[in-house]
Design a protein around this ligand. Structure first.
Ligand SMILES: C[S@@+](CC[C@H](N)C(=O)[O-])C[C@H]1O[C@@H](n2cnc3c(N)ncnc32)[C@H](O)[C@@H]1O
Length: 266
């Protein structure tokens, strides 16, 4: 397969710092349910060319790899070399990893059967989302599929208000979506000539995830971590219900986190 390399790549320090700040220890990254759903939706036969975009610590890539046989291959790429490193500093499966941007994928036209992208679109501007979708369509073979997965906010006004406060502290510039908003935004772009007019939105729930684990591996300063933990303690009854919060005796809060999957075909 022909591979197009991106030559003028700038590696943003933010993600290198996140890699140093414990990202690879985050419980949700390797958690079962969200990965199981990705494997289920991938419907791999075994001989496909698969690309995991913004692969980070390669959790999705490693979950999909066992579904391939000798005729198949899986690549991962990420904008940050730091994210491609193990916490011990070694690069995993170096031969199948590339440093590149979701808006400029290092693959030839119509060369890929499946593109996956988990938890990266929330960092893209609306125009970058359009470009990333176009790039995915460009590299996909006719009939090839795209799966974009994002953590989303439950459909509740109070949950939304709570989440907004949390992310105003944690990551103010990030996109926040309910599942429906996420699916609609991507669908609107995809149906404008990028592939089949029908797309699918599916969900998985990561149950009772520790906010403390999330905070401790977030790279945030201690005071901001505590501010976020405190927000959960004062959440409204509706938000508490929407996230199915459990308050532990040692000050942690466990929440159900929904993940949405946008599935599209070229
Ligand atoms: C939240 S992590 C998710 C990592 C992985 N996909 C997963 O689900 O475990 C976001 C990843 O996107 C990468 N990233 C951010 N912007 C990117 C871009 N424009 N192109 C490629 N990768 C990007 C970051 O370096 C980071 O590894």
């Amino acid at each position: 397969m022909a591979i197009k390399f991106e030559s003028e790549l700038t590696t943003p320090n933010y993600w290198d710092e996140r890699a140093d700040g414990g990202y690879h220890n985050l419980g949700w990254v390797k958690a079962g349910e969200p990965l199981k759903k990705m494997v289920e939706l991938a419907q791999l036969k075994g001989d496909e060319v698969v690309v995991d975009a913004a692969t980070g610590g390669q959790a999705v890539k490693n979950a999909l790899a066992p579904g391939l046989n000798r005729g198949g291959v899986i690549f991962g790429f990420d904008i940050s070399e730091g994210m491609l490193m193990h916490s011990d500093g070694s690069i995993l499966n170096r031969q199948s990893l590339l440093v590149s941007d979701v808006c400029n994928m290092p693959f030839a036209e119509e060369s890929v059967d499946l593109v996956t992208a988990r938890m990266v679109y929330h960092n893209l501007s609306p125009s970058q989302i359009g470009t990333a979708l176009k790039e995915s369509s460009r590299v996909l073979k006719p009939g090839g599929r795209l799966i974009v997965c994002e953590y989303v906010t439950p459909e509740s006004a109070e949950a939304w208000k709570h989440e907004r406060k949390v992310f105003d502290i944690k990551e103010p510039d990030r996109n926040l979506w309910t599942g429906r908003q996420f699916g609609q935004q991507l669908h609107r772009t995809w149906k404008k000539g990028l592939g089949s007019k029908d797309t699918v939105l599916d969900f998985a729930v990561l149950t009772q995830y520790s906010v403390r684990d999330w905070m401790e591996n977030s790279g945030l300063p201690q005071d901001k971590q505590q501010q976020v933990l405190d927000l959960y303690r004062v959440a409204s009854a509706e938000a508490t219900h929407a996230f199915n919060m459990t308050f532990t005796r040692d000050g942690d809060t466990l929440v159900d986190r929904p993940f949405a999957y946008f599935v599209a075909q070229k």
